[in-house]
Design a protein around this ligand. Structure first.
Ligand SMILES: [Zn+2]
Length: 338
């Protein structure tokens, strides 16, 4: 079982597994993407935080200040109230030395993950997004500390991967680059797609938490999509950090998305699409974002080289560690991403 946040609503598996159940290697998933639409509602996005805060009574912006010394009974990890449980659990506050040390480890693990990452833009965006979240978001710092104090996950040990799989459940080797372009030009779903998830990966004999995330959109070309990508990265990490699940109903955002949106608000990433976890506005925005990012990346790299790399990653055959650089015209925006 894995936590899957997918735009491909048509697959719609009902499972809502937690990160502890997730599994890692992309190659172990012959069935193709199971889309667990990470839903949402954006219609209410502007009121999500205040509504959520009022309803579940968690601090809106300064979770570290929560003074509840004896957390109430632990809610179900799929319920919105679990977010309040996380935020109201008193944990040590992270200082700048702590966050600096964590970011150093994150950079090491992004580097260690290079064989499973599509391009340099994505590697850079992971580093800059987590730096931004740690710097600007008390909620993110709180969840990192919560994870540590609860023995859940170490942000400094999480690996990353960019796995695209066949959307029809077939084999990626049967898909040609031309099929991708043809689908795009005809306005059809792309034959390969990333299914964001909190998963695990074995490395050097050790099973590590990992996050599977799509290619990062160019932050200048697609600013809204990039911020949504950042929030998605935080969402998947939050599964690991908080052991939070996704909702079991069709109307909630779920604790993971509630926490991720609070991080996004604090980091200044704006409102996120959709008002519930499975809101079509949210799932279609994911598909749109991933489609734009993939097509743009294919256009900015040597497309056959990048496409072959995606196939290698999908087959869990680590691609070369030399990441395709972003195209020249994009290079400046990379450094601005964070
Ligand atoms: Zn999720």
């Amino acid at each position: 079982m894995r936590v899957t946040d997918s735009p491909a609503a048509k697959f719609n598996p009902p499972e809502m597994p937690g990160p502890s159940n997730s599994r890692g290697g992309a190659q172990k998933r012959p069935a193709g993407p199971q889309a667990q639409p990470d839903t949402a509602k954006q219609a209410r996005a502007s009121s999500v935080f205040s509504e959520g805060a009022a309803k579940i009574a968690f601090p809106q912006t300064r979770p570290a200040a929560a003074s509840a010394s004896a957390p109430a009974a632990k809610p179900n990890r799929h319920d919105d109230s679990y977010a309040g449980f996380v935020l109201n659990t008193k944990v040590p506050e992270l200082g700048s030395a702590d966050t600096s040390a964590i970011l150093g480890k994150v950079a090491d693990n992004v580097s260690l993950s290079r064989g499973y990452l599509a391009n340099q833009r994505t590697a850079d965006a992971i580093n800059s997004t987590l730096a931004e979240a740690l710097e600007k978001s008390p909620t993110f710092r709180h969840t990192v500390s919560f994870a540590s104090s609860q023995g859940l996950s170490d942000l400094g040990k999480v690996l990353f991967q960019t796995v695209y799989e066949p959307t029809d459940g077939g084999f990626i080797d049967d898909i040609e680059l031309g099929d991708v372009y043809e689908a795009y030009e005809e306005g059809n779903p792309l034959p390969i797609m990333n299914v964001a998830e909190a998963c695990e990966r074995d490395i050097d004999g050790e099973t590590r938490h990992a996050v599977n995330i799509g290619i990062a959109p160019n932050s200048e070309q697609f600013p809204a999509e990039y911020k949504f990508w950042q929030e998605c990265l935080v969402h998947e990490l939050t599964h690991h950090l908080c052991d939070s699940g996704d909702p079991n109903d069709s109307t909630s955002l779920g604790p993971t998305e509630l926490l991720a949106r609070q991080v996004a608000a604090e980091a200044g990433w704006g409102e996120m699409p959709g008002g519930s976890y499975n809101d079509p506005a949210r799932t279609s925005a994911m598909t749109d974002r991933n489609t734009k990012a993939l097509i743009a990346a294919l256009g900015s790299h040597d497309a056959p080289v990048l496409f072959d790399r995606l196939k290698e990653i999908c087959a869990d055959a680590p691609a070369g560690t030399a990441l395709p650089a972003s195209d020249v015209s994009d290079s400046e925006s990379d450094s601005d991403a964070g």
